[in-house]
Ligand binder design. Sequence first.
Ligand code: RP5
Length: 162
Amino acid sequence: MTDSAPRIGIIMGSRSDWDTMREASATLTALDIPHECKVVSAHRTPERLYEYAKSAADRGLHCIIAGAGGAAHLPGMAASMTRLPVLGVPVQSKALDGMDSLLSIVQMPAGIPVGTLAIGKAGATNAALLAAAMLANNDAALASRLDAWRAAQTASVAETPE
Ligand code: RP5
């Protein structure tokens, strides 16, 4: 495995999810974590999903971040086919504002876990930070970068409202 081999896989159900999921990618890039981004739909490309999830661990991925909206089966279906931790990001849907996405991702029956984040861009950012925190347990250099990222965020918060 090379240093530049992806360590985290970001998948999403549609290109229309990219506006949300790019926040996860940008956060991993800021932390210098190699990752890949793919459109993999549970409904429209089930065989692509099968291939992706079944090969993920052997390809050296440590974690999958899966974003989807509406009847959002992608994170749960991915989790059913890999032992890797799967973090689910509910994409904000037009019809129900993402409540449909949230409930269909978070309500997994016992036995196949999906770590569910907040609806939308906050969830995408936090999925990346959570994945980074998991990897940092066994990567001292990444732990330092994550500590620095958090310190910079703290330093950026003004004490006064204007
Ligand atoms: C889901 O359906 C996708 O994750 C997306 O959030 C939603 C709508 O997809 P498009 O119709 O925009 O391709 O599968």
